[in-house]
Design a protein around this ligand. Structure first.
Ligand SMILES: [Zn+2]
Length: 152
């Protein structure tokens, strides 16, 4: 079958290295196709890797099974400004362990159900669900306020 999971995952420069099933969880190990990044401080390209500490990131379920992505977190050394920029991934917010689309999904679920119900079906703690919901709700409020200020 000519079928590509990377296509379904739909993140730029990301490829799936392996897929493991562990106690009703699916763990997709990811790798990046780009060797370097452009330094966010001075825009200089660098592929001088300082360290790589993979993190587990929750993503949307596949066929009813919770999915975790093992994501390399790469920190580079910039030859120009000497800083140690960590790679920016447009699909995860900094220091979060959920993809943006997963946080959006949880936010929408909590609007329809209760925190407890979402916690049970998603196998997350109620605190985790509440944290995602409150954060998203705050972000959305700030966005609306910013728009209102612009209109004035
Ligand atoms: Zn730099």
């Amino acid at each position: 079958m000519d079928f590509n999971l990377n296509y379904l995952l739909n993140f730029p420069y990301v490829t799936i290295l392996s897929c493991q099933q562990q106690e009703e969880l699916i763990i997709l190990k990811l790798d990046f196709l780009n060797e370097g990044i452009s330094c966010p401080h001075c825009q200089t390209y660098t592929d001088n890797l300082h360290q790589n500490r993979p993190i587990l990131v929750r993503d949307l379920s596949i066929l009813g099974q919770p999915v975790y992505l093992k994501v390399p977190r790469r920190q580079f050394i910039c030859p120009n400004c000497g800083k140690y920029p960590t790679e920016i991934l447009e699909w995860i917010e900094p220091r979060r362990n959920y993809t943006k689309r997963y946080e959006e999904y949880i936010y929408e679920r909590v609007k329809e159900l209760t925190v407890e119900q979402v916690s049970r079906t998603e196998k997350l703690s109620p605190e985790q669900v509440q944290n995602i919901f409150s954060r998203k709700a705050d972000q959305k409020k700030r966005l609306v306020n910013a728009r209102k200020t612009k209109l004035r």
